[in-house]
Design a protein around this ligand. Structure first.
Ligand code: NAD
Length: 367
């Protein structure tokens, strides 16, 4: 009886319709009764190499919501990896459930076995609610893992590299708008002072920017305000403040109808994934308002560069920073292309990523 119900539910979701919309190669449902594991792995595209993207643990309201999230996130990884020049395709995984309740060694090891069964088509790493200690359990069952701590031969926390890449992308965008890339005296609002946000604030402080911060976590706000002299602002006031740069470093979809009607800055450059609620529509609104948007999947790629360096072996942090530094030039190239072709910066970034996949696809290097 319960089996029939599950099948009916899956049919209602129209999984194949969803999968075909975004052009995925493979979607794997992982279920294990003893550990309670319910996970979905999305392999979007492996033309450039094995798919890589983190595992997110989230208490989704429905299986449909989980499927949509993994499809959207894995597609995003395809473009991020492609535009960054990495020999990686795009993938992502979600584990369904409350992170505070479902975690166990057995669950993560069972999940590791599922990843291993894909023979390297998907490589995992940390994402929301997935800690390094969790990844260590996954790594007991599969070698297709990145994001391990340095003591275990990994590249450690990718957040500092993500922040550095974001900083590079921000500077390149500032250069385009103001003629030079100095952030001195620029009023910059950083939304979310978690891992990446705090490292970013550190770079901004060194350049004597005027830093404004918002977060839902009071403790983090206090710490950043004290340590870096940042001014704390309430979440909602951040959008209509008179600032130069808005740096979303918390959630996705903060560039939407509501916020864009208020936003007065010149530049948007931050680390959050999927900042545009609607890629086409809101990319265009930003363009029409004369706000220059540094595409998120381009400037937040430092973290995946770190994972890639770890995965291919011989990890050297300095080498990864050198690679992340190139985000400056790639951003400049994208902004110039968008201007020349009169398209949005998001479209220009997508074009470049798709071109690389198409070019490399023709030389028959499919993984
Ligand atoms: P994090 O969880 O350490 O930090 C996120 C911060 O945002 C937290 O301090 C949280 O309290 C805050 N926050 C949550 N909701 C908020 C709200 N409504 N308003 C203001 N603040 C809010 O995460 P992180 O690793 O710093 O990542 C930040 C963003 O960058 C995420 O969108 C993540 O997907 C993206 N990203 C991170 C990496 C990485 O290397 N960590 C790489 C690429 C992209």
């Amino acid at each position: 009886m319960s089996e029939v119900n599950t099948i009916e539910k899956v049919n209602k979701l129209s999984v194949f319709d969803e999968v075909s919309k975004l052009g995925h190669e493979q979607v794997v449902y992982c279920y294990d009764e003893p550990t309670g594991l319910k996970a979905i792995i999305g392999v979007h595209n492996t033309v450039l190499g094995p798919s890589l993207g983190g595992t997110r643990i989230w208490n989704y309201q429905s299986e449909e919501e989980a499927l949509k999230d993994v499809l959207r996130l894995s597609r995003g990884m395809t473009f991020k990896n492609a535009i960054s020049g990495l020999n990686l395709g795009g993938g992502k995984a979600v584990i369904i459930g409350d992170a505070a309740k479902i975690k166990s060694e057995a669950l993560f090891r069972r999940f590791g076995r599922f990843i291993q069964s894909l023979s390297g088509r998907y490589i995992t790493a940390e994402d929301v609610n997935m800690k390094t200690s969790d990844i260590e359990y996954v790594a007991m069952e599969t070698s297709h893992v990145a994001g391990l701590p340095e003591v275990l031969g990994g590249g450690g926390d990718p957040s500092p590299v993500t922040a550095f890449g974001t900083y590079m992308g921000m500077k390149a965008t500032v250069k385009k708008v103001y003629g030079n890339d100095s952030l001195e005296g620029k009023k910059i609002a950083v939304q979310g002072v978690g891992q990446v946000g705090t490292y970013l604030v550190e770079y901004l402080k060194k350049e004597n920017a005027k830093i404004y911060v918002s977060d839902i976590d009071e403790e983090k706000l206090d710490r950043v305000a004290k340590e870096y002299g940042a001014v704390v602002v309430p979440e909602q006031s951040l959008y209509d403040m008179d600032i130069d740069i808005y740096a979303p470093c918390a959630l996705g979809a903060t560039l939407n109808d509501d916020t864009l009607s208020q936003l007065k800055c010149q530049v948007v450059a931050g680390a959050a994934n999927n900042q545009l609620a609607d890629e086409r529509k809101h990319g265009k609104v930003l363009k029409d308002k004369g706000i220059v948007y540094a595409p998120d999947f381009l400037i937040n790629a430092g973290g995946v560069m770190n994972c890639y360096a770890e995965y291919i072996g011989g990890y050297k942090r300095e080498k990864v920073y050198k690679q992340a530094e190139k985000i400056y030039d790639i951003t400049t190239n994208i902004l110039n292309t968008a201007e020349k072709e009169n398209i949005t910066t998001h479209e220009a970034a997508l074009e470049l990523a798709l071109k690389r996949i198409s070019d490399m696809g023709k030389v028959k290097l499919a993984f």
